[in-house]
Design a binder for this molecule. Sequence first.
Ligand code: COA
Length: 181
Amino acid sequence: MGYSARDTPVFLHTGGSINKIIYIRPQDKYLHSYWETFDAVARERKYLASTQRFPFESTVEFYKNITGKGLPRVFAIDTETDRCIGWCDIIDKTETTGYLGTGLLKEYRNMGVGTAMLTAALKQADEYGFSEVELQVLESNTRAIHVYKKLGFEHIAIRDKKHIWKDTMESENVLIMKKAL
Ligand SMILES: CC(C)(COP(=O)(O)OP(=O)(O)OC[C@H]1O[C@@H](n2cnc3c(N)ncnc32)[C@H](O)[C@@H]1OP(=O)(O)O)[C@@H](O)C(=O)NCCC(=O)NCCS
């Protein structure tokens, strides 16, 4: 099918069939499904700083920038539907520090896909030459925090009431986590 898988595939049993999930560097043909997946996760309003997708043109621009610099980025592809169902990108906060962002469609969570996707992205981050990877996560996002700790991230700081949901003006604590490569 022309994929170049980077890490161990995960097989999901869904509705009587088996879906194979693979992890690849982004390809243009998956940009639209990535854009939709990002939007779905953002609209849950629980996990991401954004509450909806950016315009498609900005998404393409962001993607070109990342690809052009060879920065680490993984798309999780459901090979049954041939759609991007999750992403992990690690942008250059500084020359040596990467900054990680990730998300997965709701129906694909808690089955090992996130762990495999992040493992593939961290491998790319090491190959890229980052010496550490940083991220921020809402304190209430205990599943993501569990996965990050499992992959070697340590909690280095907490920012009290740092994230403000602009429409409700409610605020949440944000954890800063880091992993040395
Ligand atoms: C965070 C995310 C990428 C993790 O991917 P995932 O595929 O769901 O995670 P996995 O199935 O690989 O692992 C889940 C682990 O968390 C554990 N877990 C599940 N729910 C949990 C909870 N509420 N609290 C703590 N741990 C939890 C599972 O038991 C499992 O642990 P194990 O690997 O030790 O058995 C995914 O859930 C996601 O996209 N969430 C919404 C978006 C998001 O949170 N993005 C990150 C913003 S910083």
